[in-house]
Design a protein around this ligand. Structure first.
Ligand SMILES: Cc1ncc(C[n+]2csc(CCOP(=O)(O)OP(=O)(O)O)c2C)c(N)n1
Length: 467
């Protein structure tokens, strides 16, 4: 126990959680704590709108696997966070959103910059708490950091502004990081049996492979069974694009090769994915989801198991630990699918090649409106490229190790066909929340966390023609 101010307890707890960067706009609500950010080794990175700070914290967390942290002035500064926190929620990012609030001595009177700040975030955070007693500052700050990691999502630390002040006895808690397990032994055994007897197993590598640092394990289990891999929607970085077993991503404007390959599966290993509804919709005129296949779904959030798609085995496990456990169990078996491996690998290679050829030849859309626009442009001066040609050229020009963010829209979405990666934590799309305005601040946050990596943002301007 040491004697300190609640501001000191707050800042010391940030330091104990490894915080070095915090995004936001300064304000009177938290100046007492902000004054000691610099001596504590924390940068406050200023923005022009708090939504940008929330997205930066999200990008920072997504690329680093560390907490993203944002803070703002009570009232309007906090309401400006809402969209960004909703996006971080659907990206499963451990963002700690710090929301200083009107002081306890005037709450409820309708004073300056007053708002009830917890309800705004109620359904888009994994945990929220208000520091109603200044002696609990360190405990509750620490809990927000612990829960954001435990539950893979944003948490809200609400602090009535007078509670930064005072004199308290305090011990700074050590972070609690809970090791994740592989899942129940019975369900693992059942899954290994299904995989061993499969004739055409296919893996869906989801965001859990990226966030759970299971990239190497995803490659290893795919190679063990010579099992082709599709990435889940907008998780194009969950498996190396150049790998012979990688077929690209499912979902809107995804890879036809991935869709054709998964449509043939008799067993699907959905590793670290909630199999979200939008990402598995029919696409390119194909209803590709294999309705008769046995589905093994692995997710660290038990509530996601069987939520959207019918499953045969649900494993409440961590993508990395589960993949390791399944590989161990499969070692003692003779997987049936290895007998027809040549045939399957030939088919996978042919589907990949066919999709590449189609993409190369697919220079522009052929609907009446697009053809009209093309005819109109032919009369104009200048030398235009079609959006697909630009996306193909951008794909070819991408530096190694690039990080890419996209917005939402026509061309941003078509980009999904052209964005391929060789390492995880490289692709940052607005995921299921689908908000325009995500790409630019998110890639800036990613760049803060990984300044050595080249960063590209496909940031739209809202006119349906991403520049
Ligand atoms: C915050 C928000 N506002 C509005 C929309 C609806 N919307 C979806 S796509 C789009 C147009 C996007 O155009 P642009 O930014 O040029 O991207 P492109 O279509 O070229 O990919 C809009 C306004 C949205 N998704 N998010």
């Amino acid at each position: 126990m040491a004697r300190m101010t609640p501001s000191e307890a707050f800042v010391e707890t940030l330091v104990a959680n490894g915080v070095t960067d915090c995004f936001g706009i300064m304000g009177s609500a938290f100046m007492d704590a902000m004054d000691i950010f610099t001596p504590a080794g924390i940068r406050l990175i200023p923005v022009v709108h708090e939504q940008g700070a929330g997205h930066m914290a999200d990008g920072y967390a997504r690329v680093s696997g560390r907490h993203g942290v944002c803070i703002a002035q009570n009232g309007p500064g906090i309401t400006n966070f809402v969209t960004a926190i909703a996006a971080a929620y659907w990206a499963h990012s451990p963002v700690v959103c710090i929301t200083p609030e009107t002081g306890t001595n005037s709450q409820g009177l309708g004073g300056f910059q007053e708002a009830e700040q917890l309800p705004f975030f109620e359904t888009i955070t994994k945990y929220q708490v208000s520091v109603v007693n200044n002696t609990r500052m360190a405990e509750l700050t620490a809990r927000c950091f612990d829960r954001a990691m435990l539950e893979n999502g944003p948490t809200q630390l609400n602090i009535p502004r007078d509670n930064f002040y005072g004199d308290i006895d305090c011990e700074i808690p050590q972070p609690i990081r809970i090791e994740r397990s592989a899942g129940g032994p019975e369900s693992l055994k059942e899954a290994a049996e299904l995989l061993a007897n499969a004739e055409f197993p296919v893996m869906v590598a989801g965001g859990g492979v990226v966030m759970g640092d299971a990239y190497e394990q995803a490659i290893a289990i795919a190679e063990q069974l010579e099992m082709p891999v599709v990435s889940s929607y907008l998780h194009n970085d969950s498996f190396p694009a150049s790998h012979r077993l990688g077929t690209g991503s499912l979902g809107y404007q995804g890879s036809k090769a991935a869709m054709r390959v998964i449509s043939k599966a008799d067993v699907v290993l959905a590793l670290g994915t909630r199999l979200g509804p939008f990402g598995t919709l029919p696409q390119h005129g194909m209803d590709y989801w294999p309705k008769d296949a046995k589905i093994i779904q692995v997710d660290c959030n038990a509530k996601m198991l069987g939520l959207v798609k019918k499953i045969s085995v649900g494993i409440h496990g961590d993508a990395k630990a589960t993949a390791n456990a399944l590989m161990d169990l499969l070692k003692d078996k003779s997987p049936k699918c290895l007998e027809n491996k040549e045939e399957r690998l030939k088919l996978v290679a042919a589907e990949k090649e066919s999709w590449e050829t189609e993409l190369t030849e697919w220079i522009h859309e052929k609907d009446d409106y697009s053809l009209d626009m093309i005819a109109e442009q032919a009369e104009e001066e200048g030398n235009y490229l079609h959006p697909r040609q630009v996306l193909r050229a951008l794909e070819e020009a991408m530096p190694a190790d690039v990080m890419v963010s996209t917005d939402i829209g026509n061309i941003n979405s078509v980009a999904n066909s052209y964005l391929r990666f060789e390492r995880p934590r490289s692709f940052f799309a607005p995921m299921s929340f689908g908000n325009c305005g995500y790409a630019l601040p998110t890639i800036m946050g990613a760049k803060v966390a990984a300044p050595e990596r080249p960063a590209v943002s496909y940031a739209g301007d809202g006119d349906g023609a991403c520049p």
